[in-house]
Design a protein around this ligand. Structure first.
Ligand SMILES: O=C(CCC1CCCC1)NO
Ligand SMILES: [Zn+2]
Length: 370
């Protein structure tokens, strides 16, 4: 049972400008910095750790292709695509829409290759060439709405892949499990009224976007009940996540019985991430991966595609990714999480009362899934 792996050099060339998170602005005191918080080096370091440990030799390389305009327009509006395409021709590139999602000249091509990396991963898994696949793509995608990019996302890579599986590969039901610490508002916007894609987002409550991702947001019309949000209180670790997966995510997947599962694999719920306040360790991501793999084995012959979303600690993200790839492939890299000892005993391991209440509330609504 092979594990596919997608990484393309140009994913490491995405240009978010000189600002720290938003564009540098001297008069506002926003100083330029060499590495934007979402600098691609963080994800390139994950690729390099997978390569340097030799784990890459146990993975099946899957080459990305550029997503076509048609692939993108399955989930995004034409006017938005053209806006990105026009700015991508400019020497200074442009912004996807929220003023914080910069991209450089040629940014369209990198974004198309990111979406195409998710497409290639879906092709490899659905064709049976590999059992599961990790698409280490960049830029990320889950904040990109039908007609606007947000939160460093240009196109909804996982959404593009789900729509492709549905409309081109004859897959009838796709489930998306987004464990990125931020709400997958873009994926939610895209599939809000659809019941052929079950969209589950588990995230730190109100982290980003601050005004979406609440349990009452469950879809509309045909799609009612097929959007599941599990907002967690800040400060949660594996105690909260394990309870949320066992109580909400896995039971919902079992009821829905998808033919393909796509994980929005952000690592910004890690204890060392600068953009959120949760407390997962690298080993915890492996445990969550195992939970989803076991459910995939139960309902869809193990068909599982992980698509990289966020994650901003260049020291720790590589280890989180390495442990997930070890779990997917069943192969040890031979090295442990170098930070495990330093990070042990700092809390988050046990479920706390207020976390249990938050998850139980989400579970009540998720149970209404038809
Ligand atoms: O990792 C991300 C990006 C979050 C940032 C986007 C702007 C401020 C927080 N989304 O999943
Ligand atoms: Zn995120």
């Amino acid at each position: 049972s092979a594990t596919g792996y997608v990484w393309e050099t140009t994913y490491g060339w995405a240009d978010l400008g000189t600002g720290p998170m938003m564009p540098a602005h001297a008069a506002a005191g926003i100083q330029p910095i060499t590495h934007h918080v979402a600098h691609p080096d963080t994800k390139r370091r994950m690729h390099e750790l997978i390569s340097a440990t030799g784990l890459i030799d146990s993975l099946t390389p899957v080459r990305a292709r550029p997503a076509s305009r048609e692939d993108i327009l399955r989930v995004h509006e034409e006017e938005y695509y053209e806006r990105i395409a026009a700015q991508s021709l400019l020497p200074k590139g442009g912004d996807a829409g929220d003023g914080e999602t910069s991209f450089g000249q040629g940014g369209l091509d990198i974004a198309l290759l990111a979406a195409g990396g998710a497409l290639a991963a879906v092709d490899a898994v659905v064709s049976g060439a590999v059992e599961n696949c990790y698409a280490l793509v960049n830029p990320p995608g889950h904040h990109a709405e039908r007609n606007m990019g947000r939160g460093y996302c240009l196109f909804g890579n996982a959404a593009v892949a789900a729509a492709y599986a549905r409309e081109q590969l004859g897959i009838s039901r796709v489930a998306i499990v987004d464990w990125d610490v931020h709400h997958g508002n873009g994926t939610q916007d895209i599939f809000w009224e659809r019941d052929d894609v079950l969209n589950i987002s588990i995230h730190q409550n109100r982290c980003f976007p601050p005004d979406s991702g609440f349990i009452e947001e469950r879809g509309a019309g045909t799609g009612e009940g097929y959007t599941i949000n599990v907002p967690l209180p800040p400060g949660g670790g594996m105690g909260a996540y394990e309870y949320a997966f066992d109580t909400v995510v896995i039971p919902a997947l079992r009821r829905y019985a998808p033919e393909l599962i796509i994980v929005g694999s952000g690592f910004d719920a890690s204890i060392m991430d600068p953009l959120a306040r949760m407390m997962l360790r690298a080993a915890d991501y492996a445990t969550l991966t195992r939970k989803v793999m076991d459910l995939a084995a139960e309902v869809c012959d193990g068909r599982l595609v992980c698509v990289q979303e966020g994650g901003y600690n260049p020291f720790y993200l590589p280890f989180c990714g390495l442990k997930v790839l070890e779990e997917l492939s069943g192969v040890s890299s031979g090295i442990d999480d170098a930070f495990a000892e330093t990070l042990s005993g700092k809390g988050g391991e046990e479920l706390m009362g207020h976390e249990r209440e938050a998850v139980d509330h989400a579970a009540q609504l998720a149970a209404l899934l038809r």
